[in-house]
Design a protein. Structure first.
Ligand code: UDP
Length: 337
C-alpha cells in the first residue's frame, strides 16, 4: 500500500513554502502542487516533490491522486490581492472558488480525511467591533474576501456529508520570513506593505506610497494586525495534529491581537534597518477596511496556539531575507554582464 501523504497546494508560494519547510522540520514529506503562476520553485529544496499543475485542469489534480495516496490537504493555492480582485472578480471566483471545488471533488473521491483551508481576515470587511472574533459579522468588502467566504460555507456543507474534518484559518496580515533568511516573501509583482517598505529601504524603490491618510485611525493610515508566517505554520500543524486525534476543526483567526498603522510600520522599519524610508501620501486603495485586529482567543483556547513573533521580529526576519535576495540579484546581474 502507498504511504499516506500530505498535499500542499500552493507550496511554492510565500506561506506554502514556509509550511513545507516547517513540516519537513517535523519529519513529514509533503507533496507540493503548484502552477508556479506566482510561486517560485527555488523556494523549495530539491528533495520536495513538486507537481506542476493547475486547479482549473481536473486531469492535473487527478494525476496527484493517482501517484500518491493523499489523506490530508493544506490548501494555499489561491489569488490573494484585494485590489486585483476588485478589478478582475471573475479571475478570483474562477481560481479561488472553482479551483478549490475541483480539488475537493477529487479529494472526496479519494476519501480525504483532513482539509486545512487558507482563509482571511478579509471575510469580515469593515468590522463592527475590534478585536474581531470569529463570530463577528461576515461582510467582505472585496471579491477576494467573498471568494474565501464562499469556500468556507462550501467546506462546511461538504465536510458534514462526506465525513472529513476541515479547518478554515483566517489569516490577518501574513508577514516576516524564516529566520535563516533562505525563504521569505517573494512576489513577481509585489503589493504588500512590509516587502515594499524594505525594498525602499534597500534602494530598489524610490519611496513607499501610503494609501490614504484620512481613515478614522489615530494617524489617519490603515491599521493591520501583522502575523509572522512561521506562527501561521505552527497553527496549521497544531490544528492538523488535533484533527488527526479526532478534533472536528472549525474556523479560527490567526493574528497577534495588536494593530499597527502604515506609518508605524514605516517608522519601525526605519529603526530596524537604520535606513531612511521616504514615503508619500496617495489616494486610498479600493476595498481597504480602516482597521483589522484579530482576537485569537479561540485557537489559543482550543489548541494552545499563540504567536511567538512580534512586529520587531517580523521586520527583522523580512529584512534579513530582503538583504539576501538583494545580494543574489546583484551577483546574478554581474554574471550576466
Ligand atoms: N499599503 C500602503 N502602501 C502600499 C501597500 C499597502 O499604504 O504600498 C497599506 C494598505 O492600504 C493596507 C496595509 O498597507 O492598509 C496592508 O496592505 P497589504 O497589501 O500589505 O495587505 P492587505 O491588508 O491588503 O492584506
Amino acid at each position: 500500500m502507498k504511504k499516506k501523504k500530505i498535499l500542499i497546494t500552493g507550496g511554492a508560494g510565500y506561506i506554502g513554502s514556509h509550511m513545507v519547510s516547517y513540516l519537513k522540520e517535523k519529519g513529514m514529506q509533503p507533496v507540493v502542487f503548484d502552477n508556479l503562476s506566482t510561486g517560485f520553485s527555488d523556494l523549495l529544496t530539491d528533495d520536495i516533490e513538486l507537481i506542476e499543475g493547475d486547479l482549473q485542469n481536473i486531469n492535473d489534480i487527478k494525476r496527484v491522486f493517482e501517484k500518491y495516496s493523499i489523506d490530508k490537504i493544506m490548501h494555499f493555492a489561491a489569488s490573494s490581492i484585494v485590489s486585483e480582485s476588485v478589478a478582475n472578480p471573475l479571475d478570483y471566483y474562477r481560481n479561488n472558488v472553482l479551483g478549490c471545488i475541483n480539488l475537493l471533488n477529487e479529494a472526496i473521491k479519494n476519501s480525504i480525511k483532513h482539509f486545512i483551508f487558507s482563509s482571511t481576515a478579509a471575510v469580515y470587511g469593515e468590522p463592527e467591533k475590534i478585536p474581531i472574533k470569529e463570530d463577528s459579522h461576515l461582510m467582505p468588502s472585496s471579491p477576494y474576501g467573498r471568494s474565501k467566504l464562499m469556500m468556507e460555507y462550501i467546506l462546511s456543507d461538504l465536510s458534514r456529508i462526506h465525513g472529513f474534518s476541515y479547518a478554515a484559518l483566517r489569516y490577518f496580515n501574513a508577514s516576516g520570513a524564516e529566520p535563516n533568511g533562505i525563504i521569505g516573501e517573494k512576489h513577481a509583482k509585489e503589493t504588500h506593505l512590509i516587502p515594499l517598505i524594505l525594498k525602499t529601504a534597500i534602494g530598489d524603490l524610490e519611496k513607499i506610497s501610503i494609501y490614504g491618510n484620512d481613515y478614522p485611525t489615530m494617524d489617519g493610515t490603515c491599521i493591520r494586525d501583522y502575523i509572522h508566517v512561521v506562527d501561521i505554520c505552527e497553527a496549521h500543524y497544531l490544528v492538523l495534529k488535533a484533527m488527526e486525534s479526532g478534533d472536528p476543526g472549525g474556523v479560527f483567526n490567526l493574528g497577534n491581537n495588536k494593530g499597527y498603522s502604515v506609518k508605524e510600520i514605516i517608522d519601525a522599519a526605519q529603526k530596524i534597518t537604520g535606513k531612511e524610508i521616504p514615503s508619500e501620501i496617495c489616494e486610498r486603495r479600493l476595498g481597504d477596511p480602516a482597521k483589522l485586529i484579530a482576537d485569537y482567543e479561540k485557537i489559543n483556547r482550543s489548541f494552545g496556539w499563540k504567536p511567538k513573533y512580534n512586529l520587531e521580529n517580523i521586520i527583522e526576519t523580512a529584512w534579513n531575507f530582503t538583504l539576501k535576495e538583494h545580494e543574489k540579484n546583484v551577483l546574478n546581474r554581474k554574471k550576466e554582464k
